[in-house]
Write a protein that binds this ligand. Structure first.
Ligand code: PLP
Length: 254
């Protein structure tokens, strides 16, 4: 399994939520590790110190460890492997303000998209197809026509009344940490949120669309397949959420 944290001024953004999801993923995979949160925090801190990184992200990956190839877990459990790396990147809301395009693709993933597992082949193929077709991200669609989430992002639309719509939590999507943070920012700024599946047709005719993730923040979506969303520029609600998320990050920098 893996986790990706964003880093602002040497601080991990929404650290508790990421660790909570990390330990949940480990539990769901029956992957026992000798490291608790405090130990992982020290290791991450050391990687950041040695690489002198204050803004960017941290990638952490844990596997069951080295063993003979077999589908069952090894009898004598090996020492789990831990990889931590950090990248220097800055998130700026303004950079994303021209908006991006999304290609819809069938959701062919396994039934436990809620586990942040490195088995990402359907996500990789979906993203590659999107890029090859000149799109920036792929959104997965279930056989009933409803969008679950993106290849590496959570999917959102805004209806004609300015209400936010995003898929409810469950086994079919990853519980995005940015999704949760944006929800809190939205609600405390008087916006309504409906957590439900929305169809591709609903997305085509939405007032606005956007996506969220640790590395993308709040990113406006201005085109889905060959349909322009509204007037093809980032909408008011999205821009507001983008600004609120930027302010949340700025406050962490102080
Ligand atoms: C499939 C998927 N959905 C959603 C997200 C967004 O999650 P978060 O906001 O925690 O980065 C990611 C992030 O990698 C993802 O891979």
């Amino acid at each position: 399994m893996y986790e990706v944290f964003s880093l602002q001024n040497g601080r991990l953004v929404d650290e508790e939520a990421h660790f909570k999801r990390l330990f949940r993923s480990l539990k769901e995979l029956s992957l026992k590790v000798p490291w608790n949160q405090a130990v992982l925090q020290v290791i991450i801190g050391e990687v950041l110190r040695r690489n002198r990184i204050e803004y960017g992200n941290v990638y952490l990956q844990i596997s069951r460890g080295n063993a003979r190839r077999s589908h069952q877990f090894p009898l004598s459990l090996p020492k789990p492997s831990l990889v931590v790396m950090a990248n220097r990147i800055s998130y700026e809301c303004e950079k994303s303000m021209s908006g991006i395009s999304v290609l819809t693709v069938p959701d062919i993933r396994w039934g436990r998209a809620d586990i942040k597992s490195i088995s990402l082949l359907p996500n990789v193929l979906a993203k590659q197809k999107a890029v090859m077709d000149d799109f920036n991200e792929a959104w997965f669609v279930e056989s009933n026509g409803r969008i679950t989430e993106g290849a590496s992002t959570n999917a959102w639309i805004v209806d004609a009344n300015g209400n936010l719509i995003t898929r409810g939590l469950g086994k079919h999507i990853l519980a995005g940490v940015t999704r949760k943070r944006v929800m809190e920012l939205a609600v405390s700024n008087g916006l309504n949120i409906f957590e439900r599946g929305f169809t591709v047709e609903e997305a085509y005719s939405a007032s606005e669309a956007f996506l969220t993730s640790t590395t993308a923040g709040v990113m406006p979506v201005i085109k889905i397949d060959d349909h322009q969303i509204a007037d093809g520029s980032p909408g008011k609600v999205t821009s507001k959420l983008c600004a609120l998320y930027s302010k949340f990050l700025d406050d962490l920098r102080r």
